[in-house]
Design a protein around this ligand. Structure first.
Ligand SMILES: [Zn+2]
Ligand SMILES: [Zn+2]
Length: 388
């Protein structure tokens, strides 16, 4: 059993995970983490490339000569959160914490690396992709811009996220839409400021902005197919400071979540059109700054063959198909979607058992997954790259 083989590595893997947990790094500063990953993979005989998108690492192991390639991605970064776990290996850095379990995702790939190096029951090339800055600023995009898939071609790529609240070791997956896109942007409504008692001498952006907020409520209800999930939220209206002064401008902060590209394009286009038309009807202008003052991740989409492969491995391990099959996509965002836009791929969940949720200051990665995760990855590799 692959699990039995991996159990002998558990003490070591746990020590690595706790060390990463104590030293969280974020936003392309994952140098210590990348160093540990690169050293470990080199020691195991992988060909290692570093410095991809500053701190990204790709470790490749080839066996046989089939020419097939598979990529498996783990995120390495932490969050700007003050840890409140009281663990002996809690974060040593104030205001930084591995609150999303990326320390565990990274260590699970190191467990897989050990198994693959020892057993080599595959025919092809396995590339372990260690990615910086998932939580913000899109490390996956930067790795692709830095030549990830041209320098290290992959026929297909996979990634997982641990899920507190799901049974420990439970795989959940679906073909098609899998994660939501997240767009956060500002609409600046420009008018002409003036005295509150002389409205005819000004152009009031407060009235125009109010009209825009109401108009945006019709995008989901009137423009979208009722079967397409989407959220449009105006989370802030900022403008003006006194009851007696008409301000010059009002800023609306808007958040949009969708799960397919056509719906995302439609929603963003309609928001732009409605904001500009409503502003104009009041004599104002609206500047819709999509993508300028904020990051946005596209929705993730699982290709059918890759989702079917993940599902097949889960069923072979005896998992109940009614629990494996997801009813709908995750509504959170993931920059793995950048890789999903260019390579056939599957993103899926791995149950972590009971405990605090992701991004909670009390969260901690479940170390039992340091056997279950790599064991799943090992089965997936052996099924994707079978020996003749
Ligand atoms: Zn996260
Ligand atoms: Zn995460």
């Amino acid at each position: 059993m692959i699990e039995d083989v991996l159990k002998k590595h558990l003490p070591d893997l746990t020590a690595i995970r706790h060390d990463l947990h104590a030293h969280p790094e974020m936003l392309f500063q994952e140098e210590r983490t990348a160093g540990i990953v690169a050293d470990e993979c080199r020691r195991l005989g992988f060909e290692v490339a570093t410095g991809i998108a500053k701190t990204g690492v790709v470790a490749s192991l080839r066996n046989g000569n089939s020419g097939r390639t598979i990529g498996i991605r783990a995120d390495m970064d932490a969050l700007p959160i003050q840890e409140q776990t009281n663990l002996p290996y809690a974060s040593k850095y104030p205001g930084k914490m591995h609150a999303c379990g990326h320390d565990g995702h990274t260590t699970m790939l190191l467990g897989l690396a050990r198994y693959l190096a020892e057993h080599r029951n595959f025919d092809g090339t396995v590339r372990l992709i260690f990615q910086p800055s998932e939580e913000d600023e899109g490390g996956a995009f930067r790795m692709i811009e830095d030549g990830l898939f041209t320098r290290f071609p992959c026929d297909r790529v996979f990634a997982l996220h641990n899920l507190p609240g799901e049974a420990e070791g439970q795989i959940v997956v679906r073909p098609g839409p899998i994660t939501a896109s997240c767009d956060v942007f500002t609409i600046v409504v420009q008018g002409v400021g003036g005295h509150g008692a002389l409205p005819h001498k000004s152009v009031d952006p407060v009235v125009a902005a109010s009209s825009i907020v109401l108009a945006l409520q019709t995008v989901v209800s009137r423009n979208l197919d009722p079967h397409d999930p989407a959220v449009v939220t105006v989370g802030a209206i900022n403008g003006g400071s006194m009851a007696t002064v008409i301000p010059e401008e009002v800023r609306l902060l808007v958040g949009v979540r969708t799960v397919t590209k056509p719906v995302r394009d439609l929603v963003l286009t309609r928001i732009k059109e409605l904001a500009m038309a409503h502003a104009k009807s009041y004599g104002c202008t609206a500047d819709v700054q999509i993508g300028l003052d904020s990051w946005s991740y596209p929705a993730g989409f699982n290709t059918p063959d890759e989702a079917a492969l993940v599902r097949a491995v889960a069923l072979e391990m005896g998992q109940d198909p009614t629990k494996v099959d997801m009813r709908g996509p995750f509504m959170f965002s993931e920059d793995f979607s950048a890789m999903q836009e260019v390579v056939p791929s599957c993103y899926f969940g791995l149950g972590a058992g009971p405990g605090p949720m992701l991004h909670d200051p009390g969260y901690n990665f479940n170390d039992a997954l340091l056997v279950k995760g790599p064991a799943f990855w090992a089965r997936l590799v052996e099924k994707a790259l079978p020996q003749a």
